[in-house]
Design a protein around this ligand. Structure first.
Ligand SMILES: C=CC1=C(C)c2cc3[nH]c(cc4nc(cc5[nH]c(cc1n2)c(C)c5CCC(=O)O)C(CCC(=O)O)=C4C)c(C)c3C=C
Ligand code: FE2
Ligand code: FE2
Length: 334
């Protein structure tokens, strides 16, 4: 007979939470951006063109032109602590780790592309005794190009492990009342800080090729639902648009750039813009929207442009994530 006391050296199985974001270059220079873009844009979930057609375009054209341009853009938003996306994701993990410390839950973070990789952090968590892991891609809306590919990378990692941890993956939280509340409170607080009322509020989401919608990707519908719930909660109308168009295919419409120009030309003088599809500020919000988007609005006759930051690692975000993770850890916490 084996009694528990026969094995006093085996530690109790631990629970871990791994929060995941898209990934970002290690430095704001062309070689680092090239490494990052090569990995990101070679993902068949992101660019759904057969590799025999796509790889020559990627390696022959895009990786020879885009890194320099993108490195310049990254340089405009880079901080002393690193890329904004990495800084906010790390700060979120640290703040959540504190909230869960008493319960012995380990909280870590990883990136789908670049560093720290999902494989390296899963290995480290297993090493630290995590036999149960909640894998949490921080994308409010599900998309094949974000949530699904993060899950793919996780399962590829598990494929190489003899003793796998048990896994739960975080579902999208685009319509979670706690998420809508956090967005609404953030919007209200930042709108008040602007010190003046705005004529319109624009919600900009990252774009996707339109065909992904027809192929059944729920992303577009989930963005629309987030927007509708947030408008209801704020009791004000909102505009919705999709940004960051890439390549020649038709992307979801209306585009953010066109919308900024249309609003300004239509007489909107003061505008607030928010990005409820991004958990953290990054190149796409800080450079594309807060800098270039502002220019488009002003060039077309707009006068005042207020950018409302993402939830990042603000206390209201951490409060929400703590509740969300706790719900998804049900039965795993003692
Ligand atoms: C090639 C097509 C792209 C698809 C499809 C796509 C979907 C998608 N992306 C995000 C979130 C982020 N994207 C970010 C950067 C970024 N995105 C693309 C292209 C596609 N994205 C590129 C080429 C880049 C790199 C920057 C550039 O060269 O312009 C980022 C920011 C990363 C950072 O380092 O700050 C995020 C976040 C979502 C949510 C999404 C689909 C729903
Ligand atoms: Fe993107
Ligand atoms: Fe962009």
């Amino acid at each position: 007979m084996i009694r528990p006391t026969d094995h006093p050296d085996i530690p109790a199985p631990r629970v871990g939470v791994l929060i995941v974001n898209l990934g970002t270059p290690d430095a704001p220079d062309a070689p680092a951006v090239k490494r990052y873009l090569r990995e990101f844009l070679s993902d068949r979930r992101v660019v759904e063109i057969p590799p025999l057609l796509w790889q020559p375009i990627l390696r022959g054209i895009i990786l020879n032109t885009r890194p320099k341009k993108s490195a310049h853009a990254y340089g405009q938003v880079w901080t002393n602590e690193g890329s904004p996306l990495a800084v906010h994701t790390r700060n979120t993990a640290r703040a959540l780790a504190e909230r869960f410390a008493d319960e012995g839950v380990l909280v870590d973070w990883a990136m789908r592309y670049g560093n720290p990789s999902i494989a390296s952090r899963i290995a480290a968590m297993k090493q630290a005794g995590c036999e149960r892991i909640l894998f949490a891609p921080l994308y409010p809306q599900y998309s094949s190009a974000t949530t699904a590919t993060a899950n793919d990378a996780l399962f590829a990692t598990l494929g190489g492990m003899r003793w796998q941890p048990a896994i739960r993956t975080l579902p999208p939280y685009h319509d979670d009342p706690g998420y809508i509340d956090a967005l609404a409170e953030s919007a209200q607080a930042h709108l008040a800080e602007l010190g003046r009322p705005v004529d319109a509020l624009l919600l900009t989401f990252h774009g996707m090729p339109e065909r992904t919608l027809h192929l059944g990707d729920p992303y577009h519908c989930q963005c629309r639902k987030t927007a509708r719930l947030l408008a209801d909660r704020l009791q004000r109308p909102v505009e919705v648009s999709f940004q960051s168009r890439f390549g020649r295919a038709k992307w979801l419409e209306p585009s953010t750039e066109d919308t900024l120009a249309r609003l300004a030309r239509g007489g909107v003088k003061s505008l607030a813009v928010m990005a409820p599809g991004f958990s953290a500020d990054c190149l796409e919000t800080l450079e594309e929207i807060a800098l270039r988007g502002r220019d488009v609005f002003v060039e077309n006759g707009g006068e005042f442009f207020g950018y409302i930051p993402c939830l990042n690692a603000e206390t209201r975000a951490i409060d929400f994530y703590q509740r969300l993770m706790r719900q998804n850890l049900q039965g795993w916490l003692t």
